[in-house]
Design a protein around this ligand. Sequence first.
Ligand code: ADP
Ligand code: ASP
Ligand code: MG
Length: 412
Amino acid sequence: MALIVQKFGGTSVGSIEKIKAVASRVLESHRAGNRMIVVLSAMSGETDRLIGMAHEMQHIPDPRELDALVSTGEQVTVSLFAMAVKAAGGDAVSLLGDQVAIHTDQMHTRARIDSIDAARIQHFLDQGKIVTVAGFQGVTDSGDITTLGRGGSDTTAVALAAALKADACEIFTDVEGVFTTDPGICDKARKIDFISYDEMLELASLGAKVLDIRAVSMAKRFKVPVHVRSTFTHTVGTWVVGEEKIMESMLVSGITYSKKEARITIKKVPDQPGIAAKIFLPISDAGILVDMIIQNAHDGGFTDMTFTVPKDDYARAMEILNKVAKELHAESVTGDQDIAKVSIVGVGMRNYAGIASTMFQIMSKEGINMMMVTTSEIKVSAVIAAKYTELAVRALHDAFALDKDNLPQEED
Ligand code: ADP
Ligand code: ASP
Ligand code: MG
């Protein structure tokens, strides 16, 4: 008897009808003799709605209360799902993060899972029940509700699969798998059959929200093969597995974009040792992740510092930086939230020159200005105005021929 963890995202449980359909799909697997753990997200749009209400209450919502609020979205779907299973003649029980219990650290709104008690889930599975677990949430040692960051239900699913040594972890969503770019904005996007953990980590970290980055790193760490597939069809999706299981790597495996970052510039600070630390320490102390950083020196011993932070942390970052700017006698702090980061990713790029310059040529041909650029062994990212995102993604997808195999050519 196999133990299967299945996770259904927000669009898959976005209405009563859809929850009923998910229940009958899960029952099919259960009746085929499998033990089933089902992780659910909140109904689509619900988490955003709750966060919106919090912002109407408080400019920067209290993190503990925000977690208590947003975790309710998943409470609704798991309990409705359990009822749907019972109505269809099966048996199910819903568990919230603290009922499982899924223990996390104290970092509200982006908590990390420390451990999972498997006993309660095991007990219900032994009774033949389908166990449905609220995604995205956990509990601290002191009993406070935490959430795992946006898209965190994927992480709940992989963590449960690892903790209970499940035979399979299936992530059901509104597309048929992981594509060469977001199929929502590019018709030519192509489904990838197998992708390595490392490549998926890179795609996820650069904006391919189909799988949460923490879920991928946990899957890699505990060697959990993950199958990303559609809720609405029975087609085979994408397998996310170890690199050793993949025969060949594409030169460029995907194009990603993220509109979740904002750009901040602190102007005319002294160009001397220690300044970067003075700017970035208070930001990292506040748990804000800085991504790209560019320093532009002026004549006369001054420099501008430009960097990106998650949009969700923008207000807090600006508050901190305005204080720092005063201490450093900086000229100004300015911000821009209408930006997007577009990236090309591929482990096949490691040994090939010219990928970045091709990207720059395409952007120039389309008349898109790149405000910031960063490169690593397996990616090139550019920050552009948000309104050009779709244009940039489609042009790059065409230029690198991602609708076809683009295996690196053998060099003589
Ligand atoms: P869920 O609610 O099921 O968790 P998400 O909205 O988090 O679903 O993720 C699925 C969405 O991710 C798709 O609808 C698609 O628009 C988007 N997406 C972005 N990049 C990719 C990609 N490379 N492959 C597949 N989907 C992608
Ligand atoms: N409901 C949460 C979110 O919207 C978690 C998830 O869907 O994975 O981010
Ligand atoms: Mg998701």
